[in-house]
Design a binder for this molecule. Structure first.
Ligand SMILES: *Cc1c(COP(=O)(O)O)cnc(C)c1O
Length: 377
């Protein structure tokens, strides 16, 4: 058996093992792991420092998961948007392909809590069916392998899927969405990297929620993927008691960049049944973006999005302070230090350098944007 399979098999999945390692009373969680399975890999277990800390909350089942009856099981209505089994088609030019329901860990806040943990990978016939659909839909140029976690598939199945997808002429990008590098870094073997490298352009968006997840071995695993030319992005879920704090979030973004991972999305938690205790107010996310934008590397600022309940897709949110006014004359802008600037609109049919560069309203008009575009002499 490959090392990583052995390590995955040593994960905690049973309430009694959890009792042994983390001092939880198995009676409190036995009724939870049936409907909502648990798995905690050795890497994740070793990063838990204290009961109830940010890593613990993500993976240890809580009785409150079973008290949440009102929220929908499938808030994004993915099941409704599925033309053939395992495909979700919501946007014009890209689709999700769910290749497994298995994950290295079962996040307690998972949007696909209704599905994950069931055994089995995408079967040959199901792959053929998905590929046939993709062949017929020439508008699709981007396929996202998801699940579950696609990197839990054995090498030969990953290769089979990549090969089948690369046989579709109009398909441009293949992406993976994965929590494996952060939770089972041993799975990022040289052999896997060699396979992935043969099917470029391949992108990966990795899931990270807290700076403590970026251990040295996790950073090395990310490095191995980056070394074979895979651009790495990060998806982060905003979670109450885990990362709903600008300072923690800034540390996470910095650790990601050190691991050669570019923050991509910060998600408002979905409305999924059994996960309500993780939700924060929308303002919490806006304040975090405000605390990052301009205050640290632009590379460290993800897009803050809400995946609209009812299947509307991801909708980006920005703090509304940046654009104070916009009309024919120009934009009145506020920067990260709360200073106000004016950017004049170009003037139709005239020498733009003599545009309506109006003096700024309010007090502070440093030589920033106002001066630009008026170098007429
Ligand atoms: C997130 C998502 C995508 C990919 O969206 P991008 O904004 O391109 O990253 C595609 N399909 C579905 C159903 C999604 O939820």
């Amino acid at each position: 058996m490959d090392d990583w399979k052995q390590i995955l098999a040593e994960s905690i999945t049973k309430p009694k093992d959890l009792a042994k390692h983390l001092g939880v009373d198995p009676k409190d969680i036995e009724h939870i792991v049936g409907p909502y399975p648990m798995r905690i890999t050795p890497t994740v277990l070793s990063t838990i420092k204290a009961k109830g800390d940010a890593i613990w909350k993500q993976v240890v089942p809580e009785p409150v998961e079973m008290d949440d009856f009102d929220a929908p099981a499938d808030p994004l209505e993915e099941d409704t948007d599925s033309p053939v089994p395992h495909l979700v088609h919501r946007y014009p030019d890209r689709v999700l392909l769910m290749v497994t329901n298995q994950c290295p860990i079962y996040c307690r806040f998972c949007t696909r809590k209704r599905l994950v943990g069931k055994p089995g990978f995408l079967k040959k016939g199901e792959l053929d069916q998905a590929v046939a659909w993709l062949r017929a839909h020439t508008e699709v140029r981007d396929v996202i392998l998801s699940g579950g976690d696609p990197l839990l598939l054995p090498d030969h199945l990953i290769e089979r899927i990549l090969k089948a997808l690369r046989g579709i002429p109009h398909l441009e990008l293949i992406r993976f969405g994965s929590r494996v590098p952060g939770t089972l870094p041993q799975r990022i073997t040289p052999r896997l990297c060699e396979i992935v490298k043969r099917y470029h352009p391949i992108y990966m968006n990795l899931h990270f929620n807290h700076p403590d997840e970026l251990t040295p071995e996790v950073k090395e695993a990310c490095g191995r993927l980056a070394d074979v030319g895979v651009p790495l992005g990060a998806q982060t879920v905003l979670l109450k008691g885990v990362n709903d704090d600008p300072e923690i979030m800034k540390r996470l973004m910095h650790q990601l960049l050190l691991a050669r991972v570019k923050p991509y999305y910060l998600y408002q938690a979905d409305l999924t049944r059994g996960t309500n205790h993780f939700r924060t107010s929308v303002e919490t996310g806006l304040k975090i973006i405000q605390a990052l934008q301009g205050h640290t590397s632009g590379m460290a600022v993800p897009h803050f999005v809400i995946d609209a309940p009812g299947g509307g897709g991801k909708i980006p949110l920005l703090p509304d302070e940046y654009l104070l006014n916009l009309d024919d004359h120009g934009a009145v802008l506020k920067n990260y230090e709360n200073r106000t600037y004016h950017y004049p609109q170009p003037v139709e049919g005239s020498d733009q350098t003599r545009s309506r560069a109006l003096p700024m309203v309010g007090a502070s008009v440093p030589g920033g944007l106002c001066g630009s575009g008026t170098m007429d002499d």
